[in-house]
Design a protein around this ligand. Structure first.
Ligand code: NAD
Length: 290
């Protein structure tokens, strides 16, 4: 019988620890704050932004929401980012993705000051992650590592298969696992014999966005499965439900699995808060006199 890794409980604990860190920073005269930029009115983005704001409040982080119309020009967004970069009272900047199609998302993310890039998407932070030299780490991979840390003591030599090679999940989590001396195979839509590759893994991380892609026979007994996928599907009765990338009901023989919802999702938001505190601490240390 597999263990369900409780992402909600772990996220709650991380938010509580973050609240303590916020109080310590405030005692030093630093009030951690996060600027959240939302362009347009994508319904899912609205929900994600509101969740982030609610969690910020729980940790005592000040969040400032900036809303721009979906048809605003790119220069307006760039100039807002420049203002936030310069604002000493702002420690983290998050531009909610996806941006409307007319925007060059990568140029916009490149404009965020790397030290305020709490999503960890700026090329400087990506480079630091791939060279193992610090920087701000993307929230979902950071959360995945914390979930794994609850069931793995030593990663050395473990075979990990990552399904999906995106810049926000697959590639960065592979970098974090390599730092821990795991043997990592990154797979994607063109990978051949994926079930066979997965079956050899001690840990499978599914981040494909393909509902129930990972079946029971893909997973060897005793393996650990992290389900990152989130797909909204309509149920028989017309209601919507969230479905992950794994057929979790077929994974009884796994050692541990993360549920969807209630696994990676809550940890992603909690890690955004801890990244904001890390950014505030680093920026505060820079501005304090020697
Ligand atoms: P993406 O679309 O950028 O990348 C998907 C990757 O999966 C690609 O590399 C693609 O080649 C691969 N892939 C797709 N279908 C596949 C298949 N059938 N077999 C093998 N590989 C396949 O997606 P993303 O942004 O990395 O997100 C992946 C999933 O994770 C989505 O469902 C997304 O909603 C979810 N997600 C969840 C969180 C969270 O906090 N829980 C955070 C980020 C993303």
């Amino acid at each position: 019988m597999s263990v369900l890794i409780d992402g909600r409980a772990m996220a709650r604990e991380l938010v509580e620890r973050t609240a303590i860190a916020v109080a310590e920073l405030e005692a030093d005269g630093i009030s951690p704050s996060l600027a959240v930029v939302l362009v347009g009115n994508d319904a899912a983005s609205e929900v994600y932004v509101q969740r982030k704001i609610v969690q910020c409040a729980k940790a005592g982080i000040r969040s400032i929401e900036h809303r721009l119309a979906g048809d605003c020009d790119e220069a307006t967004l760039m100039s807002l980012i420049e203002d936030l970069n310069r604002d000493a009272g702002v420690h983290g900047i998050l531009v909610q993705l996806p941006l409307p199609a007319a925007f060059d998302a990568s140029a916009i993310l490149d404009r965020i000051a790397p030290e305020k890039d709490v999503d960890g998407f700026h090329p400087v932070n990506v480079g630091r992650l791939s060279t193992g030299t610090g920087g701000l780490v993307p929230c979902t991979p950071l959360g995945i590592m914390m979930l794994l840390d609850s069931v793995i003591e030593d990663y050395r030599g473990l075979n990990v298969v990552v399904i999906g090679k995106s810049n926000i999940v697959g590639k960065p989590v592979a970098m974090l696992l390599l730092e821990r001396e795991a043997t990592v195979t990154v797979t994607h839509i063109e990978t051949r014999n994926l079930p066979d590759i997965a079956r050899a893994a001690d840990v499978v991380i599914a981040a494909a966005g393909a509902p129930h892609l990972v079946r029971g026979y893909w997973i060897k007994p005793g393996a650990i499965v992290i389900d990152v996928g989130i797909t909204r599907m309509r149920d028989h009765d017309g209601s919507t439900k969230i479905v992950g990338d794994c057929a979790t009901h077929e994974l009884e023989h796994a050692k541990a699995v993360t549920p969807v919802p209630g696994g990676v999702g809550p940890m992603t938001i909690a890690c955004l808060l801890s990244n904001t505190v890390a950014a505030a601490r680093n920026l505060g240390a820079r501005s304090s006199p020697p």
